[in-house]
Design a protein around this ligand. Structure first.
Ligand code: NAD
Ligand code: DAU
Length: 353
């Protein structure tokens, strides 16, 4: 896309990745107008955006991506030239208990967004882009070797990944059928500040602080490929501005960890930071019933993004993890806020620990 004045709609900008993306765009591009549309579900939190809420190029709108009339009105009012579609139900465990919620938001919500965008842009697609933020989970589960490339066949295995795969297919269908300019990126596991403590790393940080058990599913041998969230949104920025419509880009840090090893490393670092005796936090590790249909391994081959667009991760994992832990230790109030109320009910039902 050319660097003319842009009016960008970010959906789900109050969530984990969305808030980092919104902050990056608002701060880096003062000439752009950024509108953040978010329903503020349990995962959306305006506290994540406190530092930019007064910026002149930033507007927040509370609303649901499935509400096509409201989204149409936003298009008419702001005349968006770009959409960064981040809003989603994002937690695999919740998709196992309530798959329909994932179909609603991730499939119906995405198709609603595509439909409104296409209708508004169809007379002039020039300089426009609908960017869909997706996940490596659409590719299914790897055994011990191999990587997901952009050519890997889709093989989603959880209700969450099935809903994201479906949304990806609709995005491509709008490209082929209506020529809507779209880009999809599929990223591996993110970690970093503002990560909701239902996900492995922030959940364990919260539990270590509070001396609570660290629930590890199965034997802890499942492998995830971890990327610092700021590196993910930097990649999105590069792809949004330099990527080719119709293309898909994989994003990943080449940073695979077995769950048990990552939690041991977390315990090691947190013992030091909390001034606890070596080995104290590790004693909290508790093996619990495995996740249903638990994917064994994800690993991204991000060669295309590196070679074609010059992106690479900026942080080594130990450094990123240390930054993340420090953020949670310095933001007790945020952690206490998001773990009060409905979180307790979710936690008891999910773990009963
Ligand atoms: P999140 O759960 O932290 O945030 C989702 C946001 O979407 C929240 O602010 C929520 O309020 C909002 N939202 C949900 N339903 C909505 C609706 N109907 N209308 C408007 N807003 C709605 O999610 P995340 O971890 O930041 O993930 C963001 C995107 O990135 C998702 O599409 C996810 O699939 C993808 N992704 C996540 C990861 C990861 O590791 N977290 C990795 C790769 C891709
Ligand atoms: O790969 C990208 C995906 O990564 C994103 O698309 C998802 O939105 C995001 O939630 C994440 O999915 P995972 O299922 O990999 O993340 P989660 O943090 O839930 O789990 C990471 C690993 O840790 C996984 O193997 C399951 C395990 N786990 C998780 C939790 C919450 C545990 O062992 N115990 C737990 O309590």
């Amino acid at each position: 896309m050319t660097l003319s004045k842009k009016i960008i709609l970010i959906t789900g900008g109050a969530g984990f990745i969305g808030s980092h993306l919104t902050r990056l765009f608002v701060n880096k591009y003062p000439g752009y107008q950024i509108v953040n549309l978010d329903k503020l579900t349990y995962a959306g939190n305006l506290e994540n955006l406190k530092d930019i809420e007064g910026k002149p190029n930033y507007i927040f709108v509370k609303g649901d991506i499935e509400d096509m009339n409201m989204v149409k009105k936003l298009f008419t009012k702001y005349r968006f030239t770009g959409v960064l579609h981040c809003a989603a139900e994002s937690h695999v465990d919740r998709s196992i208990t309530d798959p329909l919620a994932f179909v609603k938001t991730n499939v119906l919500g995405t198709v609603s967004m595509l439909q409104v965008t296409k209708d508004y842009w169809k007379d002039n697609y020039k300089g426009k882009l609908f960017y869909h933020i997706s996940t490596d989970e659409v590719y299914g589960s790897l055994r011990e070797t191999g990587y997901f490339t952009e050519e890997t066949a889709y093989d989603p295995r959880s209700p969450y990944s099935a809903s994201k795969a479906s949304s990806d297919h609709f995005v491509r269908a709008f490209y082929h059928t209506y020529h809507l300019p779209v880009i999809i990126s599929n990223c591996s596991n993110n970690y970093g500040p503002f990560h909701f403590p239902e996900k492995l790393i922030p959940l364990c940080i919260h539990n270590i602080i509070n001396n609570k058990p660290l629930p590890i599913y199965g034997k802890g041998l499942n492998v995830r490929d971890w990327l610092f969230v700021e590196d993910h949104v930097r990649a999105i920025d590069i792809i949004f501005h330099k990527g080719k419509p119709g293309e898909t880009y994989n994003i990943g840090g080449h940073n695979e960890w077995k769950n048990i090893d990552i939690i041991k490393e977390l315990c090691r670092q947190m013992d030091i930071k909390l001034g606890r005796k070596k080995g104290t936090s590790g004693k909290l590790i508790t093996f619990v019933k495995d996740r249903a249909g638990h994917d064994l391994r994800y690993a991204i081959d991000a060669t295309k993004l590196k070679k074609k667009l010059g992106w690479k991760p900026s942080l080594q994992f130990e450094e990123g993890l240390a930054k993340t832990i420090d953020w949670y230790l310095n933001n007790n109030e945020w952690l206490n806020d998001v773990t009060s109320g409905a979180y307790k009910t979710y936690y008891d039902k999910q773990y009963g620990l």
